[in-house]
Design a protein around this ligand. Structure first.
Ligand code: SF4
Length: 328
């Protein structure tokens, strides 16, 4: 499963685009889509593409000439939208993609479905997404072009899940990019994205993902990895297990978590750290983790690899914990 995002800066602001690519790469992003709204912006895309090692996919609508400009700019992949791309004008674009080994993503979106596809689906939007993808994929395959990634997104979780299920069953051999489009900001955006992506992944559907948030793109990447970590599909960064706390708590877990979070960034991927509030589940979880912290009324008992490493007062923890996390 590859984690993707999209640049949120217009190409003419090319220095910021490169800086955003660097931040995305540091967050673990493995491909970024970049909006290319006009042929004339192809030179900006070239400039950015030459200065980043992050693979870029040009996001193209309405005019295949823009996809051709993206390929001339050195882009390794283009996304075209079957809802607004005229089928009869794709010949030159397909030939160029074939010659250059460029990937074409056929990316349908619920917000730009054509009336034609909606009518053919009897108004069923999930089916209309499938029909839009089918029309363009059939054309590409008929022309002998197989370097294709599929995608069909809706802001409705149910439509996204059903539409992608239809697509995955129709072309099991083609990779499928998944996500809930325009999921929104904050908690609601994360929950909607997670609901759709996790439902699909639990059915074995999806090869790459993007979490589409009204937020910084790095957050999209972090949330994407958290979904994959929660499903046991990839590991990145620390697995932090912490109790929600309740009336039994013998320690201020929120305070402990805030204290340790800045100390965790250098730990190897997949390291488990448990922070627990009392003796009900605390000692067991803390012992099972690589690093465990079980709260006490005055501080915490620290466990390393299941063995007690010491008991400390809270005021000593800021000094003790950095060394505790470094020792193996
Ligand atoms: S570990 Fe203890 S404090 Fe935390 S939620 Fe469970 S019972 Fe409550």
């Amino acid at each position: 499963m590859r984690v993707e995002s999209m640049l949120k800066t217009a190409l003419p602001n090319k220095e910021e685009c490169v800086a955003q690519c660097e931040r995305l790469e540091r967050a673990g992003c493995e491909l970024a889509r970049v909006a290319l709204p006009a042929v004339e912006l192809g030179e900006f895309l070239r400039w950015v593409n030459e200065r980043t090692s992050l693979p870029l996919m040009a996001d193209v609508h309405f005019d295949p000439a823009i996809a051709i400009a993206a390929m001339k700019a050195g882009c390794a992949a283009v996304r075209i939208n079957p809802g607004n791309m005229p089928l009869h004008k794709l010949t030159e674009m397909i030939a160029m993609a074939k010659g250059l080994g460029v990937v074409i993503r056929v990316g349908a979106n619920g917000g730009s479905l054509s009336a034609r596809h909606l009518d053919a689906a009897g108004g069923d939007r999930a089916t209309a997404l499938f029909l839009a993808v089918r029309e363009q994929v059939s054309l590409l395959l008929d022309r002998g072009f197989e370097n294709i990634i599929l995608s069909a997104k809706s802001s409705s979780v149910a439509e996204t899940v059903r539409g992608n299920g239809l697509i995955a069953r129709a072309w099991p051999e083609l990779p499928l990019h998944i996500g809930v489009t325009e999921a929104g900001p904050g908690d609601a955006g994360i929950v909607r994205s997670t609901a759709g992506i996790a439902a699909l992944l639990s059915q074995g559907v999806g090869d790459t993902l993007r979490v589409s948030l009204t937020d910084e793109p790095e957050r999209e990447v972090r949330v994407g990895y958290e979904i994959l970590k929660a499903l046991g599909l990839r590991s990145r960064g620390v697995e932090l297990i912490s109790c929600p706390t309740c009336g039994r708590r013998r320690a201020d877990v929120m305070k402990l978590v805030r204290l340790i979070e800045p100390m965790l960034s250098d730990l190897p991927d997949g390291t488990t750290v448990a922070v627990m509030g009392c003796e009900v589940n605390g000692p067991r979880e803390a012992k099972n983790a690589r690093f465990g912290i079980a709260g006490t009324p005055v501080g915490a008992v620290l466990f390393r690899e299941g063995v007690v490493a010491g008991e400390y007062d809270f005021e000593d923890l800021p000094t003790v914990l950095p060394a505790f996390f470094k020792e193996t």
